[in-house]
Design a protein around this ligand. Structure first.
Ligand code: LLP
Length: 429
């Protein structure tokens, strides 16, 4: 088995810990993270960016995938930066002692309060998404007597083949400036002229859960041409290029991710080639992996409750969580591998529709899932839930959000406490 999983005595182990025991000790639903897997992913990215960009690159963990204080501490210990998309993520990172200079701030509709927080705290880079933001950042920076390092988010016009809702590089998209129409050029000229902005480079992000290197290589060459065009038209040669995130992971056997070093090798070769052709210095390259750092490093444990067979149709196996802790099936039809953690050696010969406990028919975690014959009280493990599960969780139906624990070499610790009913009413007046 992969991703830190093992089977011993009919039980599923993760990060060296018996998941059935973890469920007993901490209760369910429970998010479980394997610290070593997170660290390994950070190191793999860091080593390959150092290698293929000759030390002139930086990995930024896209913290929207899983944001909590412990995650920022880990990223910092691993010597990588972070991408944030809200005042809340910035606040959490700073509260965890994350160095402000290694934070990037993204977003298509940043508020003035968020921008003030970012500028006041000397956040490393702000990625500009809109014309109005150029003026707003410049005037806040002027008011605070600072010069802000900025990048501009560009839509390179690339259609990466992924789910409709998570592709972002094409023109019809709410993020960034369009290259094709001249909008990006106009925005760059405006930002370069702004007195309190230092335009260090450009950013693009073409989508998420992408398996092929081609769209990334294409993005690198399109962005290099854009850098050259800006240099020719304005004399301003930027020194940084942020190529975003989006590297795919294996959720089920249908997914076949490439080793991330291969992405890095191919994209760097393309970028170096393009820069040579354009007589440009190779910029410092940033990448922003989110899903691929935490996705495989997390699983969710549930307790099986009601089991309802509708003859000749299906069997609903309901668990004590659902779309409130993992909305991805409801939102994207996302597929997951699952197994019964206390029957890990038994044949997966039962076909189930795994449902949550929310008052909503679409509250499913998966359909046609092959698991061992389920019984009430079993522990169901859903794999590769480390990204975009906790971070997209809600209190729908006033269901408290689960706890998250970190496991390392069989030892476990709580990193996010389970919400209580008291927490749920804490803001009610
Ligand atoms: N950088 C930028 C500017 C992004 O917008 C994103 C993701 C990333 C980096 C990280 O992409 P990753 O490496 O994680 O694929 N909620 C969806 C995913 C939305 C991704 C949004 N942006 C999901 O659950 O699949």
């Amino acid at each position: 088995m992969e991703y830190g999983l093992a089977i011993k005595n009919n039980h599923l182990y993760f990060g060296g810990a018996d998941t059935v025991e973890l469920a007993k000790q901490y209760g369910t639903p429970l998010y479980v993270f394997d610290e070593q897997l997170i660290r390994n992913a950070c190191r793999d990215y860091k080593n390959s960016i150092d290698r293929y960009y000759d030390g002139n690159g930086m990995v930024l963990y896209a913290s929207k995938a899983f944001s909590c204080k412990e995650m920022y501490r880990l990223a910092n210990e691993e010597g990588i930066g972070v991408d944030t998309v809200s005042g809340g993520e910035i606040y959490t990172a700073l509260a965890a002692g994350f160095p402000a200079e290694n934070i990037f701030f993204h977003g298509n509709n940043k508020t003035n309060d968020e921008l003030e927080l970012a500028i006041e705290k000397n956040i490393g880079h702000i990625v500009i998404d809109d014309f109005d933001e150029i003026d707003r950042i410049n005037s806040i920076a002027e008011k605070l007597g600072k010069t802000v390092k900025v990048m501009l988010r560009i839509k390179p016009g690339i259609d990466a083949h992924t789910h409709e809702f998570i592709k972002t590089g094409q023109n019809d998209c709410k993020f960034g400036f369009t290259l094709e129409t001249g909008e990006a050029l106009e925005a760059a000229k405006k930002a370069i002229k702004a007195k309190n902005l230092n335009v260090t480079g450009f950013h693009c992000h073409i989508g998420s859960q992408i398996f092929s290197t081609e769209p990334f290589c294409l993005a690198a060459s399109v962005m290099a041409s854009f850098i050259a065009r800006i240099a020719n038209e304005t004399g301003h040669v930027v020194s940084e290029l942020n190529l975003g995130g989006g590297f795919g992971i294996r959720y089920t056997d249908e997914d076949e991710p490439l080793p991330y070093a291969e992405f890095m090798q191919k994209v760097s070769a393309q970028l170096k080639y393009s820069c040579k052709e354009l007589s440009l210095p190779v910029p410092k390259v940033f990448i922003e992996p989110g899903r691929s750092i935490v996705g495989p490093a997390g699983i969710t444990l549930y307790t099986v409750g009601s089991i309802k067979t509708i003859p000749n149709i299906r069997t609903y196996v309901s668990v004590d969580g659902g779309m409130s802790d993992n909305p991805r099936y409801a939102l994207y039809g996302a597929k997951y591998d699952m197994l019964i953690a206390n029957k890990a050696e038994q044949a997966n010969d039962f076909v189930a529709t795994v449902a949550g406990k929310c008052c909503e028919s679409g509250d499913l975690i998966g359909e046609n899932i092959k698991i061992a014959t389920p019984e009430t009280g079993d522990i169901l493990a859903v794999l590769a839930t480390g990204a975009y599960n906790y971070s997209m969780a809600s209190n729908y139906n006033r269901i408290p959000r689960p706890a998250a624990i970190m496991v390392k070499n069989g030892e476990s610790r709580v990193i996010i406490k389970r919400e209580t009913f008291e927490d749920l009413i804490s803001k009610d007046l």
